[in-house]
Write a new protein. Structure first.
Length: 363
């Protein structure tokens, strides 16, 4: 492109042409230097400029993936992948209007999903035992609640679940909607390892996806979790109709938090009929790979998780994600309301590509 522009300017030179070429060259040189500095960093940084985030994200994809692999190998064992199993402990009946989610009561007529009561403590612990027997080292529990206000009995049961899973020697994560500082402390005392609360997308695009909870409320929950000494698990969903600019905004917000999320899930929207986004076309794989690679460079010590949508990826695509910095997956019978890659399938995948499960509390 630069050579073509230079040739054009030579044929029909003008001050504007020359200045434009010089400006483009300087911007390309600056972007390459940003990448070089990021890859050479010995420790995570939290003061990324949005322009720097964009410069990394927009690198040529092969170069971006290669440099992300370099960073990954410096901060992690590239052969280790964390196996996580997610259980829906409270299905449906949520008052939120998240456009992608089948568990909202607003879309129940279209999705046909029926709300259920909270699972019993013993049924959850039995599911955790099965997950551990199949090689999972982190057990995650999700409940379709907006927040935990007035749910003292449910919180008591969740804490019993958390303690029981920890007693098995597994890491344990929950996602229960918004929580306050006192609830976060209670969960920490029960032994909670991590709390998931996704940012979903950029601040700018967020209101077009969700209106019942603000972006700042999401950040406030992350603050309560972090202040309680619980690991933060927070990522996003690709394919909501966002642009590259929004993915850059998501990455910039996550990478400039007071401490990087311990885990950054990268979800691909699984369109569910009956939801407002039920007819969306799946996100292209290159956007997934680019986001994973950029996240690895921006948050080098973080666990990057391939989450929803992995079922649609080929083995080779998954391998490219692992090479570019992903080092966690969800595995098991199901995710919340969508399909999940099974333990047996992942055992074959790991064996073929020379991967091994990450041990509990390795990070």
């Amino acid at each position: 492109q630069l050579a073509t522009a230079t040739a054009d300017a030579t044929v029909n030179p003008s001050v504007h042409d020359v200045e434009a070429i010089q400006d483009k060259v300087e911007r390309q040189q600056w972007a390459r230097q940003v990448l070089r500095d990021a890859v050479a960093a010995a420790a995570p940084r939290h003061d990324w400029l949005k322009e720097e985030t964009a410069a990394i994200y927009h690198q040529p994809l092969m170069e971006l993936a290669f440099q992300a692999a370099q960073v990954h190998r410096r901060f992690h064992n590239p052969s280790e992948v964390q196996l996580c199993t997610l259980m829906n402990i409270k299905t449906g009946g949520c008052s939120e209007d998240c456009s992608y989610c089948a568990q909202s009561t607003r879309y129940q007529k279209g999705t046909g999903l029926q709300a259920k009561r909270v699972e019993t403590v013993e049924s959850v612990l039995e599911a955790a035992r099965i997950a551990k027997a199949n090689g999972s080292t982190r057990f995650c529990m999700g409940a379709a609640w907006r927040d935990m206000r007035g749910r003292n009995n449910s919180l008591r049961n969740v804490k019993e679940m958390v303690s029981g899973v920890r007693a098995m020697g597994m890491e344990v994560c929950v996602t229960l909607g918004m929580i306050d500082a006192d609830q976060a402390k209670e969960l920490r005392e029960a032994g909670l390892t991590a709390y998931n609360h996704n940012l979903d997308t950029s601040r700018e695009f967020y209101p077009s996806i969700i209106s019942t909870r603000t972006y700042d409320e999401r950040l406030a929950t992350l603050g309560h979790v972090r202040d309680a000494g619980i690991n933060v698990c927070s990522g996003g969903i690709l394919g909501l109709g966002e642009t590259d600019k929004d993915r850059i905004g998501l990455l910039h917000t996550a990478s400039t938090l007071p401490s990087h999320p311990e885990s950054f899930p990268v979800n691909a929207l699984v369109p569910i009929k009956g939801t407002p986004l039920g007819d969306r076309k799946p996100i292209d794989f290159t956007s997934m790979l680019r986001t994973i690679a950029a996240a690895r460079i921006l948050m080098p010590a973080t666990i990057i998780r391939i989450a929803a949508g992995r079922k649609t990826m080929t083995e080779e695509q998954q391998a490219m994600c692992f090479m570019a910095g992903a080092n966690a997956v969800f595995t098991g019978e199901k995710m919340l309301t969508t399909e999940c890659n099974g333990w047996d399938d992942d055992a074959v995948l790991f064996g073929r590509w020379g991967l091994q499960p990450m041990k509990s509390f390795a990070k």
